[in-house]
Design a protein around this ligand. Structure first.
Ligand SMILES: [Zn+2]
Length: 280
């Protein structure tokens, strides 16, 4: 009996701790929003588009993407799409000892000069909000860190919107978890076809393509590839083209297709913070 009581006590204590954590959570969020606010205030836009975003004339990134306007400042994407995640893809391989060949984030190349070898690093970054927006780009530099920064910056400028829906007749749940229809694209010899799959399937594709689709907000997909898929560069390129093709294909209105899924901008977060302050 005593053991049971002790267990119950421990459980209650655990619950109490959980409650404390839950109560603390909004304060932490407030701090994050405050940090963003200070960043937002210190940002000096250099383009007309940036000024429009800062003054609050543009509150939705769709307004920019639908017009096909070019984004030249990464801050625009940072503030219109909060909660962006990023990832680097394995496009290179290590060299040297023990045969090398292990997958690496940086692709290292060399130029032979009279003074000696001049190395250069390239990397490929993906950014996305896991909810319908992705972008990916290369970054190259003589050092690894600037290469990564360049890649992240350019990936934000390259952001695109994708279409999602429940395109599988086996599922019919109506939620946007997979492709609305099959799309295909080719780069080099590699052809990649992405097909709608029922819920719970997961991402049945190459591991690097999985990373892109996860950041795009697709959770279930079936795929088919042709050609020399070991060339990861071309496989990734084909995936990007296929996602771009999604927006080009027209569809009837009865298909429940979600284009992007834009919840709230940073401005709305600021407003909610101010409301909390006023209540207090
Ligand atoms: Zn479904």
């Amino acid at each position: 009996m005593t053991e049971e009581k002790e267990e119950i006590k421990e459980k209650k204590e655990g619950e109490a701790e959980n409650k404390e954590v839950k109560e603390k959570a909004p304060e932490a969020k407030e701090e994050v929003v405050k940090e963003k606010r200070s960043e937002f205030d210190s940002w000096k836009p250099k383009t007309i588009l940036g000024e429009k975003v800062k003054s609050g004339k543009i509150k939705n990134i769709d307004e920019i993407l639908d017009k096909g306007e070019k984004i030249l400042e990464p801050e625009i994407v940072d503030f219109l799409l909060p909660g962006l995640e990023s990832e680097l893809l394995l496009i290179g391989q290590s060299k040297g000892k023990f045969g090398g060949g292990q997958r690496r984030v940086f692709k290292q190349t060399q130029k032979k000069t009279r003074e000696g070898n001049r190395p250069k690093f390239a990397t490929l970054a993906v950014v996305g909000n896991c909810n319908g927006y992705v972008g990916l780009s290369y970054g190259k530099s003589r050092e690894t860190v600037p290469a990564r920064e360049k890649a992240l910056r350019k990936a934000k400028l390259n952001i695109i919107k994708i279409k999602r829906s429940c395109g599988s007749w086996q599922c019919n749940c109506g939620e946007p978890h997979t492709m609305p229809f099959a799309v295909q694209a080719k780069m080099g010899s590699v052809t990649l076809k992405l097909m709608p799959a029922p819920r719970g399937t997961g991402l049945c594709v190459h591991r690097e393509v999985q990373k892109i689709l996860r950041l795009a907000g697709v959770t279930d997909v079936w795929s088919k590839t042709l050609g020399h898929k070991k060339t990861t560069n071309n496989l990734i390129g084909a995936c990007e083209l296929a996602l771009r093709n999604l927006m080009k294909i027209k569809h009837s209105n009865d298909m429940k297709i979600v284009e992007g899924a834009y919840e709230k901008s940073i401005q709305k977060e600021f407003e909610s913070l101010e409301e909390i302050k006023e209540e207090n």
